[in-house]
Design a protein around this ligand. Sequence first.
Ligand SMILES: C[S@@+](CC[C@H](N)C(=O)[O-])C[C@H]1O[C@@H](n2cnc3c(N)ncnc32)[C@H](O)[C@@H]1O
Length: 217
Amino acid sequence: MIVGYSPYVDSIADLITTQQVVTSGMMQESQRCRAALDAAKAGKIVALISSGDAGVYGMAGLAIEMAASTGEHIDMEVIPGVTAANSAAALLGAPLMLDNVSISLSDLLVPWEMIVTRLEAVAAADLVVALYNPRSKKRVLQLEEAVRILRTQRSGTTPVGIATAVSSPDQHLVLTDLDHLLEQEVGMRSVVIIGNSTTCVLGGRMVTPRGYYTEKM
Ligand SMILES: C[S@@+](CC[C@H](N)C(=O)[O-])C[C@H]1O[C@@H](n2cnc3c(N)ncnc32)[C@H](O)[C@@H]1O
């Protein structure tokens, strides 16, 4: 049995043959997880689908939490995947060569004040950052605020890569900088990678030098 958010299940249509398929919409993560666990308890082999890596803003944590709360043993395997940040980084060049973090700008499950604290820490620590859930039709101010916070510690020319709908027919890449990020098209299918103070663009690719290569270019 395959359980997942409808667009994610659509994206694996070529893998689906005779399996039973259960899909649902956004914000129905708990119901999906419950359906998957109930089916597993009933003896079915179930694949609970996430995009990218199921353990990064995906369904793996919720499944483990819910299974633990029932007190019943459910045999579970978390299959590693390639995160949106890692896919985007490879398409853009090599921006994650040094210390980096991911921050989701969605304040549905994490209070906005906590997200601001994390952004301030990222800015102060000169970390490369991948912003998940960067902007939606209703939620536009968070990305503006993230840029304002990072700009207090980083130059406006800091390279920024925007990767949208990676690995789909709509895939779209933009290489820009911190001062021009807000002019770009960014949505819920985008991940935004903001460089640190050493990140540069070489031959059209975004790279954060790790320090092996010291010769002046
Ligand atoms: C709920 S999170 C899922 C993250 C996913 N589990 C991962 O490992 O990357 C959804 C966010 O991930 C990013 N994302 C997911 N799929 C993407 C894609 N194909 N291209 C670019 N960003 C994507 C976007 O920032 C989106 O708002």
